[in-house]
Ligand binder design. Structure first.
Ligand code: ADQ
Length: 490
């Protein structure tokens, strides 16, 4: 039977003591548990460049492969390898996080480009393609995840693999104006066209991806979601990632009464509570949210001592300068706001940097009155979906959601805000704090319905069905390839 092979930068190895913090990890663990298969990726370790399997020191044609460790857990086999220091610096911190991440999140000011980093990114993509080649059977389906691996399918094809290979981009897709700032943009978009299926989070991202193919490559748009480039047809389609709402609802109910170590909610029981849960990343708009909260406190002193913002802000990518700076700014801003407004034993913002176990987080969502998401650009934002699923149906909280989060395309019954407009966020917070129960219930029910209509299983099934059915496109592709060949000759 055809296996599913998943490739993602980080693999969430089975370890109940260490909760996964990233949306990608949480989503994939859920998806793979149901179908079984192989999950390949980096094990999180960085080793010396002198290790004899340092592929960057070998010929790029036949570099040595690192040793992959194998763990089998139920129906999932995990294959992971370390990165060398050079690979970590240039592929991960460098091209992936200093070029592609800011580019895709439209932070032109933070994009750096370095040819060596691009080359190492390509070498690491080739390394994982070779590992795929080593384990793949002809009818296996390969699902590659995220911006670390734009180019894997190109190398798979060069190795003669004809498997169906799908790619899902968890983050937004950049507009053309941003792609044009990356010297190797054309090459990367070409690489994407070696996938059979490219999945994106939103309709907007889908149309930006289609536009990049047709404009940068002059690829031919055949239908709304099909593009033809150099005798290969790629489907480009939107699959908004979901959650498992029933499971989260149960989990939240069960854990809402746990002893709360993260925040002292008992002491806050007469207050309105706002929850913010983010990695400390400039795409999440954390500072914009703090500024708007301070402005709210300025404009509505009647809420002093009656509202508290609870912020879970996980540091990440701390070897990238922009993240070190932001970490400092987040702490300084919290201190500044608390110094300005604190009274007696009331601190307006309670901020922790801890990674909180998933079930504790779901319980916390249920106990808080408002969830505030202010991303400046975000692929989806799973916190928005988890918060709604965790609510008590008889007394639900309110979701304030940035219009720039992918989730806003489907969650229009939230209070949609522009995080760059402080007053808009202040007004939304006021509305949220004062929203009557009936309106909260109405909004919650509609939002919950949306989450149930397209959950994490639908996301996975639709993507994989489309990828598997791509074979059926073959009949259609053959004549198209002939047409393209003629077209190119002309
Ligand atoms: P992320 O940017 O990492 O993911 P997001 O969608 O916000 O994030 O998901 C965060 C996940 O991590 C949620 O499940 C949340 O509960 C969990 N989490 C966050 N902070 C935590 C903490 N301190 N402790 C424990 N858990 C924590 C990328 C894209 C997103 C996209 C996802 C999934 O950037 O836009 O939604 O992938 O596709």
């Amino acid at each position: 039977m055809s296996k599913l092979i998943v490739l993602s930068n980080r693999v969430s190895l089975p370890n109940p003591d260490k909760p996964a913090a990233g949306g990608l990890a949480v989503a994939l663990q859920d998806a793979l548990t149901e179908t079984g298969g192989i999950w390949i990726g980096w094990n999180g370790e960085v080793i010396s460049n002198n290790t004899d399997y340092d592929s960057t020191k070998q010929s790029t044609v036949h570099p040595a492969q690192p040793q992959f460790d194998k763990i089998i857990d139920g129906k999932i086999e995990y294959l992971t390898c370390p990165l060398t220091q050079n690979q970590y610096d240039q592929y991960y911190s460098g091209f992936a996080n200093n070029t592609l991440w800011p580019a895709m999140h439209e932070r032109q000011d933070l994009i750096t480009y370095n040819q060596d980093e691009f080359d190492t990114y390509q070498q690491v993509n080739a390394l994982f393609a070779r590992q795929l080649k080593a384990i793949v059977q002809p009818d296996d389906v390969i699902w590659v995840h995220d911006y670390h691996f734009f180019s894997v399918a190109r190398y798979c094809r060069e190795l003669g693999m004809d498997n169906q290979i799908g790619f899902f981009l968890h983050i937004p897709f950049a507009p053309l104006s941003i792609w044009q700032c990356i010297p190797t943009a054309e090459r990367l978009v070409q690489d994407l066209c070696h996938y059979d299926l490219v999945g994106l989070q939103t309709d907007h991202d889908q149309s930006l991806c289609m536009q990049a193919c047709t404009t940068l490559l002059k690829a031919q748009k055949i239908q709304h979601s099909l593009v033809s480039y150099q005798q290969r047809i790629t489907t480009i389609k939107c699959y908004p990632i979901g959650i498992n709402p029933a499971q989260i609802q149960q989990m939240a109910k069960k854990h809402a009464n746990d002893r709360q170590d993260v925040f002292d909610l008992k002491a806050l029981k007469h207050q309105k509570t706002i929850i913010g849960v983010d990695r400390i990343d400039y795409s999440k708009g954390i500072l914009e949210r703090f500024d708007a909260f301070a402005e709210f406190l300025q404009q509505y002193p009647q809420y002093h001592q009656r509202i508290t913002e609870l912020q879970i802000a996980c540091p990440c990518r701390m070897d990238v300068l922009a993240y070190q700076r932001l970490f400092k700014q987040v702490n300084q801003t919290v201190e500044k706001i608390n110094a300005k407004f604190a009274q007696h034993d009331w601190l307006p913002i309670d901020c922790t940097h801890d990674v909180v176990p998933h079930e504790t987080l779901m319980g916390l969502y249920r106990l808080t009155d408002i969830c505030w998401i202010s991303s400046l650009r975000d692929g989806m934002n799973l916190v928005a979906k988890e918060y709604i699923a965790a609510q008590d149906p008889d007394n639900p909280g309110v979701l304030i959601l940035s219009k720039y989060a992918g989730a806003a395309e489907q969650m229009q019954q939230a209070l949609i805000v522009d995080p760059t407009d402080t007053q808009d966020m202040v007004n939304a917070l006021k509305t949220a704090v004062e929203m009557p129960l009936q309106e909260r219930i109405q909004r919650y029910q509609q939002l919950m319905q949306g989450l149930t209509n397209f959950d994490i299983n639908d996301w996975r099934n639709q993507f994989l069905n489309d990828l598997r059915q791509n074979h059926q496109l073959e009949n259609f592709k053959q004549p198209m390839r002939a047409v393209n060949a003629t077209y190119q000759l002309l």
